[in-house]
Design a protein around this ligand. Structure first.
Ligand code: S3P
Length: 433
């Protein structure tokens, strides 16, 4: 039996969405690389980020919850790191966390000596890691993976040397992996990106004292002796907020305010797509902590029009493109998404799973190798969808359910716990107004 979501009136009120998943992963890793204690304020308590805490624990870092009443993960963590070159040898289970799978090897490969294996669940075994293996091998590391592409991944550390690397695709995960390796390499490491991708690692490493330079699509990192992050504050996750924001845009008479949401411009590509679709959001910046801006977002429904999405939009809204497809069903005219072949390599093949889900609910969707075309205007009838174990597809189904005429049954709703364990509770609280 699936979880049922059906039209049940407007969403009203305000809340703070859960802490940012990308920033939480990085905060745990950078704290583990540091010497002495780092405080993390607002660490995400979800399946993916628990995998990262377990991983740094196996590598020798000590994690302590400092807030009262906390069990395993608390909003406030104290991490005693092992230092840049102090990671213990271990076998690491990354669970479902692609970000952990791609970022951690950069640090481990630079340990000078030692070996590690990284493996995870069935979905992780379909996530390509050759994208990090190729440049890490070029830097001097020994890396082996299944058919040279998939996990399990074996890392043999060796002295690394800096390289100049052109990323074949815009990927913050690959860029971050090479930034971590670059901290431990001899000489400079230069990474060129075809398009800008999220830059949380650059901001966090710079705040921890690393020498990072940026300009003209190139990030340069120099070797570091130590990292000193001090306190890392995690804003609320824009990608989690996006589900509630889209719900408020689609359900009549809604009025939703989301507080403390990360507004790093390399994450908020959805806002500019929404503007082109005719949405009128109120965005109130609240300042910056640790280099990460945050603010308040207020959304109310409005008539949307179709849009063309592609090029630089894609890495800046990569995790929100499923929501763009959902919005497109309710917008006047056609929406096209192009240049997004990377969607096929996420927790599920999101071009296939989004189009399967929306088509099952009555949408007109055509897919291509690198995107999809949606004929809007008709809204959604409703029906039943499968999450395919993908958290963002599960939450997409739930939002579709409250906006569709006849509601939606979501099979595999539990997947939402990967990034947003309190999703159903938060949605219900806004529906109660
Ligand atoms: C992430 C980067 C993105 C994104 C993923 C998290 C990160 O992947 O899809 O959910 O934390 O760096 P790529 O940048 O590799 O596309």
């Amino acid at each position: 039996m699936g979880s049922r979501f059906q039209p049940s009136g407007p969403l009203r009120g305000s809340l703070r969405p859960p802490p940012d998943k990308s920033v939480s992963h990085r905060a745990a890793l950078v704290a583990a690389m540091a010497e002495g204690q780092t405080l993390i304020e607002g660490y995400l308590d979800a399946a993916d980020t628990r995998s990262t805490l377990a991983a740094i624990g196996r590598l020798g870092a000590q994690v302590e919850a400092t807030a009262a009443g906390a069990a395993v993960v608390s909003p406030r963590l104290a991490v005693r790191g092992v230092g840049l070159r102090g990671a213990a040898t271990a076998a690491i289970d990354v669970g479902n966390a692609g970000t952990l799978l791609r970022l951690l090897p950069g640090w481990l490969a630079g340990q000078g000596a030692g070996s590690w294996t990284l493996d995870g669940d069935d979905s992780i075994r379909r996530r390509p890691v050759d994208r990090i293996a190729v440049p890490l091998i070029e830097m001097g590391a020994g890396i082996e993976c299944e058919n040279s592409v998939f996990p399990p991944l074996r890392i043999e550390a060796a002295p690394l040397h800096g390289i100049s690397y052109e990323l074949p695709i815009a990927s913050a995960q690959v860029k971050s992996c090479l930034l971590f390796a670059g901290l431990l390499a001899d000489g400079e490491t230069r990474i060129a990106e075809p398009l800008p991708s999220r830059d949380h690692s650059e901001r966090m490493l710079a705040a921890a004292g690393a020498e990072i330079e940026r300009g003209d699509g190139v990030v340069t990192v120099r070797p570091a002796a130590r990292l000193e992050p001090g306190t890392i504050a995690v804003p609320a996750d824009f990608s989690s907020a996006a589900f509630l924001l889209v719900a408020a845009l689609l359900v009549r008479d809604s009025d939703v305010t989301l507080e403390g949401v990360g507004l790093n411009p390399t994450r908020t590509g959805l806002l500019s797509i929404l503007e082109r679709m005719g949405a009128e959001l109120e965005i109130e910046p609240e300042g910056e902590r640790g280099g990460e801006p945050s603010g308040r977002l207020r959304a109310r429904p409005c008539q949307l029009r179709g849009a063309e999405v592609g090029g630089a939009d894609v890495p800046l809204a990569i995790d929100e493109l499923p929501l763009v497809a959902l919005l497109a069903c309710f917008a006047e005219g056609e929406t096209t998404i192009r240049g997004a072949a990377e969607l096929r390599r996420k927790e599920s093949d999101r071009i296939a799973t989004v189009s399967e889900a929306l088509s099952a609910l009555g949408a007109e969707v055509e897919t291509s190798e690198d995107g999809m075309r949606i004929e809007g205007g008709g809204g959604l009838r409703g029906g039943r969808i499968e999450s395919h174990g993908d958290h963002r597809i599960a939450m997409l189904g739930a939002i579709a359910g409250i906006a569709a005429r006849e509601g939606v049954d979501v099979e595999g709703m539990d997947a939402a716990a990967v990034s947003y364990p309190a999703f159903e509770r938060d949605l219900a609280s806004l529906l109660r107004g």
